[in-house]
Design a protein around this ligand. Structure first.
Ligand SMILES: [Ca+2]
Ligand SMILES: [Ca+2]
Ligand SMILES: [Ca+2]
Length: 741
């Protein structure tokens, strides 16, 4: 169905709408910042700087002897240094998902690095940017995003997840290039000419740094969130100049690695220098941390630098060295100097930022606010326990040695007080009975290096921690509605109504008042609410749902995408809120005025299970335009549509057509490979079933379609799998054609 569901906060999505055709009125509905947040000196600027693979022992403030990090060391001396901070995973993608959403790896959407398909944030994920945007924060992420797909305008893109501005890498693998051919700016690729043809003319961390510093300057007068995620010191150890390390006797990789860490330190210093130069440092909170433990990739030797300090393990291990990370909270006007040993996972970042900003946060997250601790209060909530889950295919030698050769095994860990349990499953199945897992227990109070497994002497402690592992992991974690979610029942037929539905969810802990939903459509479109759109009181956990009938004028341009936006506003105990969902609807193309093959007409929408729908050829493989001629039993057809289950193509007939005819079946492209393909084809008119093929197979041959479509406005050609196996479901609608009276 041409139905799109988005879930996002703030007017961030307005950026994604930029290339749309004329509809300036709707574009102008981008949410203004709520007045109280925009004006407030009480509302701090927020900066989160995330290093990539920076180990617990990589900073001078955490004991580093060989690499100099004077700027961060100074922040650590002036601010709050955490000795027991943790990433929620030992590799990039799951760690970053948890940081953004406040869910640990037993609940989060992305629990592993990409393996085949990229991990993606979901429409129901609420990031800290979405939370802050609702209170009027200007939001940006610069650097590595790390969640696919590598496309603009999709739910896992930063612009769809609350960040108004993005510059950097969408894709996890692309982020391994320090001299990329392009970086993304919002929804578009920006070519980096200096790196064309393998040249190393522009160092990406420096391009990213410049955007970040510009963002601070541009938004110094309003509350902002800057999420800065440079790719250093991740492998490879590329850097234009190894600086002070040139004279060392180390390998070039180790020199480059040390220089990357010092570069990160300099970057943090430039950020704080900029904040001071603008006079806003006192009212800014800066967090500096890392996504996982130190790596040993690309020839880097973490042991040379004692990159994990006193801890056991590296990136990829659930032992402390893989997940315990530096964390420094600095704010000259708000945070006193000190050290905290509170076990603090990075899931706490979302609720902490929300607390600092006076923004409601979802109650169904795993993080707890550490804002009272930053303010010096002893009354900061503590976690009952911390949980980690690992499902990785990647392996490196030191990490594998520390894991006793189990680096690719499914693993879990729990820390409760001074106890730490780690367990490994010999089969990649979380449901494996507890007795088959290999479990270890360490007493961090006396053995922070996890060298003495005391599981045998403490069976009841082990049993208790294993119970916590079991209860912490959920296959699919169902979220409570938070913020706004909209659904458009398109397409839009000029002169006819379609339905838009939106829900505002108060997933926070406190009641909201004066909750209101408002739909904004292009000028000249009629919008008629068919339900109430407001509630005086929206209690914690409650939702407000509204529907509208929206009618484009009969003169609306055909075949055009139009923006729609829904605003959900309310008053929270800490101030006004505005959540916005940006949607699009397409007006249908013109109806046919003469007999035509469908492959010669523009469609309304086309969904397909394997690459795009092909015109006048079979589906072929995944790329566009690679299909062989449409063919059944050796007979070829010059006209038609090549698809692969599951597929749905929608055409606008506008009530002008008479008959639809086609020959539908499993294409020879499939049959010539194997007898696996089996599908069911159907034709619907305005939602009414007009034709159903029964099971189609290569051996059974194609079926003739000949249906009366008089009065039908929207024609749906649907192909579904029919044997619980979508392999080789290449299906063709040969000679698909409408006749017009
Ligand atoms: Ca990393
Ligand atoms: Ca193809
Ligand atoms: Ca099938």
């Amino acid at each position: 169905m041409p139905t799109r569901r988005h879930f996002l906060a703030g007017s961030a999505a307005a950026i994604g709408l930029a290339p749309l055709s004329a509809a300036p009125e709707a574009r102008a509905t981008a949410a203004p910042a709520p007045a109280s947040a925009a004006a407030g000196t009480a509302t701090p600027h927020l900066v989160v700087i995330l290093a990539d693979d920076l180990g617990y022992g990589d900073l001078g403030a955490y004991g580093q002897q060989l690499i100099t990090t004077p700027r961060i060391d100074r922040l650590a001396a002036e601010g709050l240094r955490f000795t027991d901070a943790y990433s929620t995973a030992a590799v990039c993608a799951p760690s970053r998902c948890s940081l953004l959403t406040g869910l640990h790896t037993g609940h989060s959407a992305v629990r592993a690095n990409p393996n085949g398909a990229p991990g993606a944030l979901q429409a129901g994920d609420t990031t800290f940017a979405e939370v802050l945007r609702a209170r009027g924060y200007r939001t940006a992420v610069f650097g590595k995003w790390g969640f696919g797909p590598e496309e603009g305008d999709q739910p896992s893109h930063p612009n769809s997840r609350g960040f108004e501005e993005f510059y950097g890498y969408i894709d996890h693998g692309h982020a391994h290039e320090y001299h990329p051919q392009y970086l993304w700016h919002n929804g578009a690729k920006e070519t980096i000419a200096a790196n064309a043809n393998g040249a190393k003319g522009a160092y990406a961390p420096q391009l990213i740094e410049q955007r970040a510093l510009d963002f601070i300057t541009d938004h110094a007068a309003e509350p902002f969130l800057l999420f800065l995620t440079p790719t250093v010191p991740h492998a490879p150890s590329d850097i234009p100049d190894v600086g002070a390390y040139a004279s060392r006797t180390w390998s070039q990789q180790n020199k480059g690695h040390a220089a990357q860490i010092t570069y990160f330190d300099t970057l943090v210093g430039k950020v704080t220098d900029r904040l001071r130069a603008l006079g806003i440092a006192e009212n800014t909170v800066v967090l500096v941390t890392s996504d996982n433990g130190p790596h040993e990739e690309g020839g880097v030797n973490p042991d040379l630098f004692d990159a994990n300090g006193p801890l056991r393990g590296y990136k990829r291990n659930l032992y402390e060295g893989g997940v315990r990370v530096p964390l420094i909270a600095w704010s000259p006007g708000r945070i006193g100097a000190g050290t905290s040993d509170r076990p603090t996972p990075l899931t706490d970042v979302l609720p902490t930022l929300a607390d600092l900003a006076g923004a409601p946060a979802p109650t169904d997250i795993d993080g707890l606010s550490a804002a009272p601790l930053l303010a010096g209060s002893p009354d900061t909530a503590r976690h009952n326990h911390l949980y980690w889950y690992r499902d990785e295919r990647g392996v490196t030698s030191r990490a594998n040695t520390e894991d006793g050769g189990r680096a690719t095994w499914l693993a879990e860990a729990v820390r409760k007080d001074h106890w730490k349990a780690v367990r490994f499953a010999p089969v990649r199945d979380h449901a494996l009975p507890d007795a088959q897992w290999q479990v270890e227990l360490y007493d961090l109070a006396s053995d922070v290096g996890e060298r003495h497994d005391v599981a045998g002497a403490n069976p009841s402690v082990v049993a208790g921690l294993v119970t916590l592992m079991r209860s912490s992991w959920t296959d699919t974690y169902v979220r409570k509605p938070f913020g706004i979610r909209a659904q458009v029942q398109g397409p839009a037929v000029p002169g006819q109504a379609f339905t838009v539905t939106a829900t505002l969810g108060n997933g926070s802990a406190k009641p909201w008042t004066r909750a209101l939903l408002a739909l904004h459509a292009p000028a000249g479109w009629q919008v008629q609410a068919t339900t109430g759109t407001g509630r005086d009181l929206l209690p914690a956990g409650a939702t407000l749902t509204a529907s509208w009938r929206v009618t484009p004028p009969a003169t609306a341009a055909a075949g055009t995408q139009w923006p729609l936006s829904v605003d959900g506003t309310a008053q929270s105990p800490t101030g006004p809120l505005r959540y916005s969902a940006a949607e699009r609807v397409s007006t249908v193309p013109p109806a046919p005025v003469a007999d035509a093959y469908l492959s010669d007409l523009p469609w309304v929408s086309a969904a397909n299970g394997w690459g795009p729908v092909e015109r006048d050829r079979s589906n072929g493989r995944k790329p566009a335009g690679d299909g062989t001629p449409i063919s059944f039993g050796g007979v070829t057809y010059a006209k038609g549509l090549g698809v692969h289950a599951p597929s749905e193509i929608v055409y606008h007939l506008g009530g002008t057509a008479d008959r639809f005819t086609a020959l539908v079946g499993i294409d020879d492209f499939s049959t010539n490979q194997a007898a696996t393909g089996a599908v069911k084809a159907s034709v619907r008119g305005d939602g009414k079933l007009l034709f159903s093929s029964g099971k189609l197979t290569g051996a059974g041959g194609p079926v003739q379609v000949d249906v009366d479509v008089r009065g039908v406005r929207l024609l749906y050609l649907v192909v579904e799998d029919a044997n619980a196996n979508t392999a080789l479901d290449h299906t063709s609608w040969a000679l698909a054609r409408v006749t017009v009276r």
